[in-house]
Design a binder for this molecule. Structure first.
Ligand code: CAA
Ligand code: NAD
Length: 283
């Protein structure tokens, strides 16, 4: 199946990055958000990153102009009627996501593939909100999308081979490396990463060491590019909490219980870098 036109829903840190890499790879892209301010911010961040690439000599000015000309902002979900592929990158909440998928099922043509960038929610359950479960799939990008090479492709119970093969080919066209993953809580990436981050938060909560020292241990001792508390702020503490809850509910194992300190920060609105404060303060 040929994919030419793509809609990305959610212009936050993931959606804007996904829209950028699709547009840079020659696809026609609509970037949709229900919040005008968030949409403007997403479009501006793409322009800024492209300008930075020009300044650094990584791309020519013409490529920046051509990429931007392939990008259209959208505030109306009905614009998805012309998309061959929709990638949803909104809040990590099953109820909100299934509402959007159920609407997309009515708006888009029969051939359209509906993908979710969910970090951990079951693709099979998202697919059940539509009448085309064979065309629903997980396409999980890593943050920051323009830099990270990996895409996890998650097969729901009813995802067809044709849908899988199309998404695998598209990932290749974006110059990403795809891995095939079955639909289990947290997939592979967050089943391994998020308990490590949660344990780092417990280490802080129990007063074992300062946040800076916990991060230094993993950065300098294990050669991670970012310490786990910095990484949690970068991902978003709300997203980290949702993922831990999905692991906890999905496996029913107390080893996945979210740290109370994580819950407390999210309740306070300390969501990490995107809100200006998490474990660290951002100007
Ligand atoms: N968007 C786009 N590009 C970015 C970026 C961003 N937010 N941040 C950094 N970059 C790029 C820039 O091009 C930069 O190069 P220039 O300065 O020459 O332009 C390059 O990355 C290196 O950046 P920095 O020198 O500022 O910093 P760094 O060397 O520490 O690299 C990093 C930044 C790539 C983010 C690195 O710290 C890193 O790899 N961190 C870990 C990221 C990670 O683990 N991601 C996965 C998160 S989990 C996930 O995504 C799944 C989930 O479901 C939660
Ligand atoms: P974010 O909070 O930065 O952005 C979410 C955007 O979605 C916001 O702009 C919001 O206005 C918009 N939105 C919410 N509901 C909407 C709706 N019904 N219609 C249109 N727009 C809507 O979130 P994010 O960090 O970009 O995460 C988005 C998704 O990607 C989540 O499912 C998350 O789990 C997943 N993810 C996040 C990361 C990460 O590191 N942050 C990595 C991989 C995957």
């Amino acid at each position: 199946m040929s994919i030419k036109s793509v809609m990305v829903i959610g212009a936050g840190q993931m959606g804007s990055g996904i829209a950028q890499v699709f547009a840079q790879s020659g696809f026609q892209v609509m970037l949709n958000d229900m919040n005008e301010e968030a949409l403007d911010k997403g479009m501006q961040s793409i322009e800024k990153l492209l300008s930075r690439n020009v300044d650094k000599g990584r791309i020519e000015e013409e490529e920046k102009t051509a990429t931007l000309s392939r990008l259209t902002p959208s505030l109306n979900l009905d614009d998805a009627e012309s998309a061959d592929l929709v990638i949803e990158a909104i809040v990590e909440n099953m109820e909100v996501k299934t509402k959007v998928f159920s609407r997309l099922d009515k708006i888009t043509p029969h051939h359209t593939i509906l993908a979710s960038n969910t970090s951990s929610l079951p693709i099979t359950e998202i697919a059940a909100a539509t009448e085309r479960p064979e065309k629903v799939i997980g396409m999980h990008f890593m943050n920051p999308v323009p830099v990270m090479k990996l895409v996890e492709i998650i097969r729901g119970l009813q995802t067809s081979d044709e849908t899988y093969e199309t998404i695998q080919r598209v990932a290749g066209e974006l110059q990403k490396t795809a891995v095939e993953v079955e639909d289990f809580p947290g997939f592979v990436s967050n089943r391994i990463l998020m308990p490590m981050i949660n344990e780092a938060i417990y280490t802080l909560y129990e007063g074992v060491a300062s946040k800076e020292d916990i991060d230094s241990v993993m950065k300098l001792g294990m050669n991670h590019p970012m310490g786990p508390l910095t990484l949690a702020d970068f991902i978003g503490l709300d997203t980290c909490l949702y993922i831990m809850e999905v692991l906890h509910d999905g496996f029913g194992d107390s080893k996945y219980r979210p740290c109370p300190l994580l819950r407390k920060y999210v309740k306070a609105g300390w969501l990490g870098k995107k809100s200006g404060r998490g474990f660290y303060v951002y100007e």
